[in-house]
Design a protein around this ligand. Structure first.
Ligand SMILES: Cc1cc2nc3c(=O)[nH]c(=O)nc-3n(C[C@H](O)[C@H](O)[C@H](O)COP(=O)(O)O)c2cc1C
Length: 206
């Protein structure tokens, strides 16, 4: 089996982490590096990651995260936040992100126009904009979880939280929002049998 498929087989949503077992820092940084190098729509990289290590802060977050034990017991806890204001089509950040590709300024203008056309129906609604930036985080998170599995590091994606409460606990400023959370660490128990639909139930060829 390829290393990728082995990692896919290894990964499961870990519910119970070994609270005392720490991920070596170098390995955790390589997991963060996978987030950094993940793709994003128009290359806007709207994600801003908060790694919560302070036990007091973890405890405060837990009650806003359906009291899930992963919040306090995982070795590392990554909160994917997004900076929604900087990706608005009139933001200097957007121009900078296109300019860094080394294009001539008329090509940058062209990209800015395409981007504006794409984003205008999204950015006019705060929730749509938050959802668009959040989608990018899920790509990074999925890559991180699969990569972590290649290192035999477990993970749990977490959507079970009260967004406003988590934003308040973390003092997230206006214009930013929390997209999703991911815990990383080491399993206590073997995973239960994997349940999945069959390919024929989810794929059609036309
Ligand atoms: C976006 C997302 C959010 C999730 N949120 C939670 C969560 O809050 N708590 C939890 O225990 N599992 C959570 N899960 C795990 C799923 O329940 C799990 O991935 C699914 O049941 C399939 O099981 P497996 O990942 O072990 O193969 C989440 C999964 C995804 C993809």
């Amino acid at each position: 089996m390829s290393q990728f498929l082995e990692a896919m087989a290894f990964r499961h949503a870990c519910k119970k982490f070994e609270p005392e077992k720490q991920i070596p820092n170098e390995q955790f940084e390589s997991i963060l590096e996978v987030a950094r190098t993940s793709p994003s729509s128009f290359g806007m990289e709207p994600w801003r990651l908060i790694v919560v290590r302070d036990p007091k802060l973890r405890k405060a977050l837990k009650s806003s995260c359906w009291n899930q034990n992963q919040i306090t017991e995982a070795s590392e806890l990554v909160i994917f936040t997004t900076d929604n204001d900087i990706v608005r089509s009139d933001s200097p950040y957007v121009r900078k992100m296109f300019e860094r590709r080394g294009m001539p300024s008329d090509a940058v203008d062209m990209y800015m126009g395409v981007y504006k056309n794409y984003l205008e129906p999204i950015e006019c609604d705060e929730v749509l904009l938050e959802n668009w930036t959040a989608k990018q985080c899920y790509i990074a998170m999925a890559n991180m979880m699969t990569y972590a599995a290649t290192l035999e590091i477990d993970s749990c994606p977490i959507e079970g939280f009260d967004k406003e409460e988590v934003e308040a606990v973390l003092d997230i400023e206006y214009g930013r929002s929390v997209a999703v959370i991911c815990a990383f660490g080491y399993r206590v128990n073997p995973p239960s049998e994997r349940k999945r639909l069959m390919l024929k139930e989810i794929v059609e060829y036309r």
